[in-house]
Design a protein around this ligand. Sequence first.
Ligand code: FA5
Length: 341
Amino acid sequence: MKNKINDIKNKAIEEIKKAKTFTEVETLRVKYSGRKSELTNVLRGLKDLSSEEKKEIGELSNMTKQTIDSELAKKELEIKNEELNNIDEKERIDITYPGEKSEKGHLHPLTKVRYDIEEIFKSMGFLVVEDREVEDEFHNFDAMNMPKNHPARDMQDTFWLKNGCVPRTHTSSVQARFMEKNKPPFKIISLGRVYRNENSDATHESNFHQVEGLIAAKSGDVTVANAKSIISEFMKGLFGEETKIRLRPSYFPFVEPGFEFDASCPYCKGEGCRICKKCGWIELGGAGMVNQNVFEKVRFTEDEFEGFAFGFGIERLAMIKYGIDDIRLFHAGDLRFLEQF
Ligand code: FA5
């Protein structure tokens, strides 16, 4: 019996040494260490032995089982280490290897300018307000002192919708909406998309952005001089000190007196070129003291309040700021252009 047990031990050790996988080790565990193992079978014969022999064989079989179990455990560890080494080899990460650069998005130049404009006006105490892009005729035109058949409506070529509304032709409509709910004093700006039925060229688009501003207070508290200094501060904040600004008399039905703001053409430095149509200046926007008819439309008492309003094209401001010579680049979606900002 002793020989049988030693044979089982030697066979087991030899087979365990040759095992290569966990499954093989498991099969050997069942074969040599499980309840139905060869060793258990041999021990069934114990009952026929003397008590002396039983003790001796019992000890030998216990030691044999321990040896087999420890060989199985050693083998298991060996296979595990080997697998880990292989994984290391396959999945090794070289942290010094230069990474692949992923493309990073950034803000559109018009959004950047829009944020700059908002920051400058907020720093001067203005509130930023927003309203709808599709307006009714009253808020886009009538409330701005442009009643039906008024020739001033022709100044803004309009897309008319079937229901009589319009994609707003200017952000001035936001003024009327705000004043219906708020009484002066206030200082607001509103920025957003506007639409005109115009052909595109280097300085015109049919879909562009404006910023509209309105300062309103008790009569006598707002003057052209205050407003001019606010606009000068705005221009300096956006373009730096060197850009020249000029103010010239102009007509807008919603202001009286009205002005137009121009900036010196940054491409020809005022000499005259294709972009500025040879005049040396680029028109940025209009401004003026609010016409009392506009206040009447929102039911303010006549002459109780005075206001100064201004409206600029954001694309034109961005063109001057970044030296862009064609407005169409903003909406062309050309990455070679957009990646420069
Ligand atoms: C207006 O829209 C007035 N609501 C501005 C205003 C507000 C005047 C308050 C007085 C008081 P105008 O149509 O000129 O005005 O447009 C204002 C600015 O928008 C222009 O100076 C120009 O910078 C820009 N703009 C006008 N039309 C276009 C266009 N087709 N493409 C790009 N920018 C344009």
